[in-house]
Each structure stands twice: as C-alpha cells, then as structure tokens.
Ligand binder design. Sequence first.
Ligand SMILES: [Zn+2]
Length: 272
Amino acid sequence: MSLATLKEVLDDARQKKYGVGNFDVFNLEMLRGVIEAAEETESPVILAYAESFETLADIRHYGKLLRSYAEAASVPVVIHCDHAVTLEEIQRVLESGFTSVMIDASDKTFEENVRITRKAVEMARPFHASVESEIGHVAGLEALFENDHNVFTDPETARKFAEATEVDALAVSIGNVHGVYRKEPDIQFELLERLEQEVPVPLVLHGASGISDEDTRRMVRCGITKVNYYTDLCIAASDCIRQNADKHYYELSKAVVDAVKEAAKAKMLLLK
Ligand SMILES: [Zn+2]
C-alpha cells in the first residue's frame, strides 16, 4: 500500500530538491492515465479532486475510488482536495479518505486566513492528513472570488503565516495564474528565492500549465516542491477526442487514458 500524506511526499522533495506533480483528475480516464504515468516514471504523485467537480461525481464516492487506486499503486500517492473554501468541506473530505486538503482563504484578511487555516490544521490532525494553504493570491478562479486579481506573496508575511498556522505546505503567488496564460508568464524568481529562505514549509505552485519547461525546472531548483497541473491534461484529452471523434466511445475512452498518460509523464520527467 502506498497511500501517502502531502507532508511525507513534499518533505522528501524539499530535502532532495525535486518537484512532485499535482494533477486534478476529475474522471476515471484522467485518474488511470496519471497513475500509470507515475508508475512508469517511478514518481510520487498527488491526485487532486475538488468540490467544483462534483457535477461529475460526488466527492465522498470519488475519494474512495482515488484511495483504492492509491493503495494499489507501486509509488507514493497523495489524495488531495484542491481549493476547499469552507471548513464544512474540509470535514467532509477528511471523512471521505483524503490524505491532504487545501484550504483556500487567500481572498480573506491575513487574520481571517490564519484563523481558518489554523482550524483546518486542527481538524486534519486526527485524520493524519496534511493541510496546504495559500498566502498572497493566485488569480484565475473567478467563479470562486469576486474581483479576482494576482497579489504577490510577501516573504515576511508568509513566514509569519506558516508559523501561526503550522500548515504543512504553502501555495505562493509569484507571477503564476490559474488556467490559460493570456501572455507570457513572468515568474518572479528573486521573490521565490526569498520565499524559500524565509518560509519553513514546502512551497506550492498553482497554475503550472503553460509555464515553459526551462522556467519550471528553475522554479523547482529555487524551492517549489508541489507543481499543480490541470489545464495541460485537459488540453491533451480534448485534442485526443477531436482527433478520434469517429471512434466508438469505448475506444475513445482508452485513447484518452493514453493521451493523459503521455502528458502527465512529460511533466513528471520534467520535475525529476
Ligand atoms: Zn489552484
């Protein structure tokens, strides 16, 4: 059984300076593709699901499915809930077998973000689950936040936040955004280096799809340990469906597994 917590996987990555891919997998084709990619490249992996995907599958049922694949895998697999915004959701996913949760109160004041994150940490401990939080704000989730815009993470504030909350990993805003980049990403490497020096926990990058291989490698060398991919896997699956549109749905589903697998493998090899 190789079910792992986020803390276990990221502490090792931070120590040995490699990156771990976090992939949002909202259906069985994506889940299978990513697990097979992790096993073939011998990479630890983070499988993420979010409340926003529940139009497809209830998180309580899907969590159990993720967990059973994780337990059978030959590599460490973290079952992570991405962008939970309420403590009620945190409770629900912890009870569904997730080994890691992200509480996102990054649109709140510092004090409120500390209070909510601290509470999520207290809730997760009896489940031996890890908690990721966000300080500064990574834009691109307009459905969640009004007037969504990027706010870079301040190193001193991030250190205080990590110490006050005892969170296991911290998502930072350094020029990254969610979704498709409308212009060339301008990653703030100097800021990242200061964050790595100040902040006592592993750093997380949301919105890694669309960032060049060169910049991704450099960010991992500078201290990013968890790298979140979503859009790139969706693009790979959509392209595959367009190219195979005349096939039987069963053949099409198998082709999507392979397309997602190849896209995920490329990212995993990049992060090593
Ligand atoms: Zn995100």
